[in-house]
Ligand binder design. Structure first.
Ligand SMILES: [Zn+2]
Length: 67
C-alpha cells in the first residue's frame, strides 16, 4: 500500500513483542486507559502491518474485539 503521509510504497511485515501488546493512553477526562491489543500464549505476540522507511511510520492491524 501507499504511505498516507508521503505516498511512497510501504513494505509489509510484522511487529513482534513478548507475550502482550498494550496501548496506553488517556481518555477525554485525562484518566489513564490501557488497552490489551494482543495476547499470545505460545511465543511472542505478532501484529501485522506496513512500514514506511521514508517517514518512519508504522500502520498495524489490530485483532477484532480488542478495542
Ligand atoms: Zn511515508
Amino acid at each position: 500500500m501507499k504511505c498516507p503521509f508521503c505516498q511512497e510504497e510501504m513494505s509489509q511485515g510484522h511487529l513482534e513483542s513478548g507475550r502482550y501488546f498494550t496501548w496506553k493512553a488517556k481518555d477525554e477526562r485525562g484518566k489513564k486507559r490501557e488497552y490489551l491489543l494482543m495476547k499470545s500464549y505460545m511465543g511472542g505476540a505478532k501484529l501485522s502491518g506496513e512500514i514506511c522507511p521514508y517517514c518512519r511510520k508504522l500502520i498495524l492491524d489490530i485483532p477484532e474485539s480488542q478495542i
